[in-house]
Ligand binder design. Structure first.
Ligand code: SF4
Length: 381
């Protein structure tokens, strides 16, 4: 789906801006054949871990003028490329900056193309991460989200551990909140939880992708855990951060072998565990992956129906989770504010609306009066 959209976008750019230089970056550029790129009207194919070179490549191509040559390739094999030194001088928003610290994966989930296009796991040097975090905090940003393709692999190649990375981030003055984008369930260890718990700025919200609650489907996905392992991880999270910790997850619906019973087991598991936000994705085969050859998947209509049902359950679970904060005071990091009203996120990653005034980037306390579809609302605490 993403590939198709990418191609459609390139065609549109080329049609609407015939004289523009069109550069395609990332995973699609990493694997696209030169002939196909030429047919689409692409000038530059810039693969993963080469994106920092984009300004220089574009400048050269623009200097050559129209008709400056065929398709120019800038891509490596993903194995020998070092960290792509893309840096954030200041965040797009006042409130939250996304710091990518890890790239690549070798886990080999049966449906995922990442291991063959993103290359070997690589950790960003910790000094660079801490320096970038200091810069974004100095620009007025109070929250950072640590991201990676498979964040749990951070440090496996000799950089400091993920726990140590976060602990040192927690020492940066003015950095009020630290979150993870997403962490695979098999990356959660007691040691890591212990370190995260010791960092006051680390937020009580973790996004842990489950994908399926059925052991047979999980095995075919090659995820490396079964449903009971996931349940134990959620229990460990609650022991570390308390019962109110928000655990959100991803579900991949309609995978080969997912029967109605298997789907029900997934819904039952997320309900029993009292998870919060669910991100529901319909499975679609990626050419080049093991699962793309498996034909025993539910029909498209059936998969759509299951997605709708999982989405509806997700809304219900989020509302149920959010309702526990009614009557409490929560901290709000203001994203948008006016004289009358403010809105932003709580430490538990719930959207909160409160009374103004409040400036973007400021922290305030809201006494929660109610909840509406997972959004908390209230007045100044
Ligand atoms: S789904 Fe995540 S863990 Fe699995 S192969 Fe892809 S990137 Fe790696």
């Amino acid at each position: 789906m993403a590939d198709r959209k990418g191609r459609a976008l390139v065609r549109r750019f080329r049609r609407e801006c015939p004289d523009a230089v069109v550069a395609l970056c990332g995973c699609q550029a990493q694997v696209m054949a030169e002939g196909e790129a030429r047919g689409l009207g692409v000038d530059l194919l810039v693969g993963n871990r080469r994106k920092a070179r984009l300004p220089e490549l574009l400048a050269r191509r623009l200097a050559q003028g129209k008709g400056g040559g065929g398709v120019e390739l800038c891509r490596g094999d993903g194995e020998s490329d070092p960290w792509d030194p893309l840096e954030l001088g200041r965040p797009m928003r006042h409130t939250r900056a996304f710091l990518k610290v890890q790239d690549g994966c070798d886990h080999g989930c049966a449906y995922c193309i990442v291991p063959s296009v993103r290359g070997r796991p690589l950790s960003r040097p910790p000094e660079e991460v801490w320096a970038e975090a200091r810069r974004v905090v100095a620009s007025g940003c109070a929250e950072v989200v640590i991201t990676g393709v498979h964040l749990g692999l951070y440090g496996r190649d000799g950089a400091c551990s993920l726990g140590e990375l976060v602990r040192r981030l927690g020492e940066i003055e003015g950095l009020r909140r630290i979150r993870f984008g997403s962490l695979e369930p098999f990356a959660l260890s007691e040691g890591l939880l212990e370190e995260l718990r010791s960092v006051a700025a680390f937020c009580p919200h973790l996004h842990i992708p489950l994908q399926s609650g059925d052991d047979g489907v999980l095995r075919r996905m090659r995820r490396g855990y079964v449903a009971s392992d996931f349940s134990r991880q959620v229990e460990a999270l609650r022991r570390a951060f308390g019962d109110e910790v928000h655990v959100s997850t991803d579900l991949l619906v309609g995978f080969p072998g997912e029967t109605e019973e298997a789907f029900r087991r997934t819904l039952d598991l997320v309900t029993q565990l009292g998870l919060g936000r669910l991100h529901v994705f319909p499975y679609s085969p990626r050419p080049g992956t093991a699962a793309a050859l498996w034909t025993d998947r539910p029909s498209r209509e059936e998969a759509r129906r299951r997605c709708r049902e999982a989405d509806a359950l997700g809304k219900e679970l989020l509302g149920r989770y959010a309702a526990r904060f009614v009557g409490q005071e929560v901290d709000l990091l203001v994203e948008e504010g006016s004289e009358e009203a403010v809105q932003g996120l709580s430490p538990h990653f719930l959207r909160v609306r409160g009374e103004g005034p409040g400036d973007p980037g400021s922290l305030m306390t809201v006494r929660v009066r109610g909840e509406d579809r997972g959004v908390l609302w209230g007045d100044r605490g």
